[in-house]
Ligand binder design. Structure first.
Ligand code: GRG
Length: 303
């Protein structure tokens, strides 16, 4: 087992329990649709990054022992995953990408209908922000950072971040994309949330502003690399491995990295973004091994 696999084996059960606990209070049909969407699988990259970023920001590394503190971190990490889940549910809707399959299963709106799927995405955002407040309720240390945590996450997913990026992406369909426009779309649509996931881990750890900035920059670069690889897999991937149709971006004339830089150029850009991500880790005081391994994990998906 490599370092990332070890980390996932230790942390994923706590994370999954936190995700389940957060959506439990949603009654039917929202609760069932939310459970379907989060239960359909997923790599949990963003919340695992929140946890790994937290550990990288702790002087001397995280020492197991304070269960309450870990539970609060799981809750914050789970909130990040619920925001991601909302974005996937909405991304698949007929008014957006109109996808039938996600993670090898029918998309949420194909099972629960468009109205319930739309409402579930909206409700998951509220559940995520509620979870941040709940996590801070029992910790004066975390409560002190709550305003920043909320601002960081809200900025990442709003009009200047994920939602704005999604609109730019949809507007760019069918037009010849240029390199700068492409990066602007993906910085907002994909990298902003991954960056916030990492910064939040630092904020929960009470890291210095410099460390939080470094984690955010690491996440932004990793997020760009992640999107490049995601675009490559749409060109080169196998639908049965991907759990969704491939070749879709090209068919819709989407603004993708391979469309602008070619397959080889995109691979090269992804490696460069991975290197930039690694450069940001130099000054962090804790255990950086999982964050280093995450870069390899993202880049290895290219092959
Ligand atoms: C209301 C305009 C409006 C927008 C809603 C839909 C939306 C917000 C944003 C789209 C964000 C999005 C889907 C970005 C793509 C990011 C991406 C590459 C997702 C795939 O992530 P993985 O591979 O998925 O981590 P798993 O399945 O592993 O969780």
């Amino acid at each position: 087992m490599n370092r990332v696999e070890e980390f996932v084996a230790v942390e994923r059960p706590g994370l999954e329990a936190a995700i389940r606990r957060l959506i439990e209070p949603l009654g039917p049909p929202l609760g069932s649709a939310a459970a379907y969407a989060v239960g359909a699988g997923g790599k949990r990259i963003r919340p695992l990054l929140t946890m790994a970023a937290h550990d990288a920001a702790i002087e001397g590394g995280y020492q197991a022992g304070d269960d309450d503190e870990r539970t609060r971190l799981y809750r914050v990490a789970a909130a990040v995953e619920l925001i991601h889940t909302y974005s996937l549910i909405h991304d698949d809707l007929p008014c957006m990408d109109d996808d039938a399959l996600r993670r090898g299963l029918p998309t949420t709106h194909r099972v629960y209908g468009t109205t319930v799927a739309t409402a579930t995405g909206a409700a998951l955002q509220q559940v995520a922000f509620l979870a941040l407040g709940t996590a801070a309720r029992t910790s004066p240390g975390l409560a002190a950072h709550l305003p920043l945590i909320v601002r960081r996450l809200a900025a990442a997913v709003g009009g200047e971040g994920m939602v704005g990026g999604q609109l730019l992406d949809l507007e760019a369909e069918g037009r010849a994309p240029d390199a700068a426009g492409l990066e602007a779309i993906h910085r907002a649509k994909t990298a902003a949330l991954i960056s916030a996931a990492c910064a939040l881990g630092g904020l929960v750890a009470g890291a210095t502003p410099q460390a939080v900035r470094a984690l955010g920059s690491y996440g932004a670069q990793l997020g760009l690399a992640f999107q490049m690889v995601d675009d490559l897999l749409d060109v080169t991937g196998d639908p049965s491995d991907m759990g969704k149709a491939v070749g879709v971006d090209q068919a819709r004339f989407k603004a993708t990295y391979p469309a602008v830089h070619g397959v080889d150029g995109t691979q090269e850009q992804a490696r460069l973004a991975g290197d930039s991500a690694l450069d940001e880790l130099a000054e962090l005081p804790g255990d950086q091994s999982v964050l280093v391994g995450m870069v390899d994990f993202v880049l290895d998906r290219m092959h």
